[in-house]
Design a protein around this ligand. Structure first.
Ligand code: GTP
Ligand code: MG
Length: 217
């Protein structure tokens, strides 16, 4: 009888394992160039770009900042941040609902990272998929906002577990929308009691300095 071989592939392990290998290479590349990298995740419209704009305004006098924007089809967000005098790299993912480590590696080919101190990566707007893919960033920061309704933390505990910090954005609208921000913080604490949580308004600037201090910026 001919040799017969059966191999069981754990697709998730294979997929994520391969991504983790590239993410480790990215992390090494960032370290070698002395650049600090933040992966900014969150649903569509939570204010990721506005938050990056607010931080760039405070940082760009003192630090050299690069923004890498993940978007299916446009470079709208890269251009928004670029208008603040920040260099940008756009990644158009086509059909992919998240960035992965390889996309970031390919996009940064030919970019002299030693020119920068800080890189903000804006992930594709999505509260689920980006959390599963390490990009090699120092921190994964998830941005939620009060316009998404009160249940997004309870519905997405895995994203919270895989994040290094949570930003609750649009607190300027809390009173008008009768939104209980404390309850949202309790939901976050129920998933991870020690996770740093920042209440901000990227629009008014409220809480941005605390967030940046918390991220060591
Ligand atoms: N009131 C208020 N509006 C905000 C705040 N932050 C962002 N917005 C508004 O929310 C909308 C979405 O903001 P963006 O920064 O484009 O959100 P995003 O998360 O980058 O969106 P995608 O890239 O499409 O996923 C815009 O109209 C912003 O002006 C905030 O703190 N308060
Ligand atoms: Mg955006």
């Amino acid at each position: 009888m001919a040799d017969r071989k059966t191999v069981s592939i754990d697709v998730r392990r294979d997929l994520f394992g391969a991504n983790d290998d590239v993410a480790a290479l990215n992390a090494e590349m960032f370290r070698e160039h002395g650049v600090r990298v933040f992966d900014i995740m969150g649903s569509v419209g939570t204010g990721k770009t506005q938050l990056i704009e607010a931080m760039c305004d405070r940082l760009s006098q003192q630090y050299r900042v690069l923004m890498v924007a993940g978007d299916l089809a446009t470079r709208i967000d890269a251009d928004r941040v670029g208008s603040h005098g920040v260099d940008t790299v756009q990644i158009n993912t086509g059909t992919a609902c998240h960035l992965d480590a390889r996309m970031v590696r390919v996009a940064l080919r030919g970019v002299d990272l030693s020119k920068y101190d800080i890189v903000f990566i804006e992930n594709v707007g999505n509260l689920i998929c980006p959390a599963g893919y390490s990009l090699g960033a120092e921190k994964k920061v998830v941005v939620v906002s009060i316009t998404e309704g009160p249940y997004m933390i309870r519905k997405h505990p895995l994203t919270i577990k895989r994040s290094d910090a949570v930003v609750i954005n649009k607190v300027d609208l809390a009173e008008t929308l009768e939104f209980d921000v404390d309850a949202l913080v309790r939901d976050i604490r129920a998933v991870d009691a020690n996770l740093p949580v920042f209440r901000v308004s990227a629009k008014t600037g409220d809480g941005i300095d605390d967030l940046m201090a918390g991220l060591g910026l």
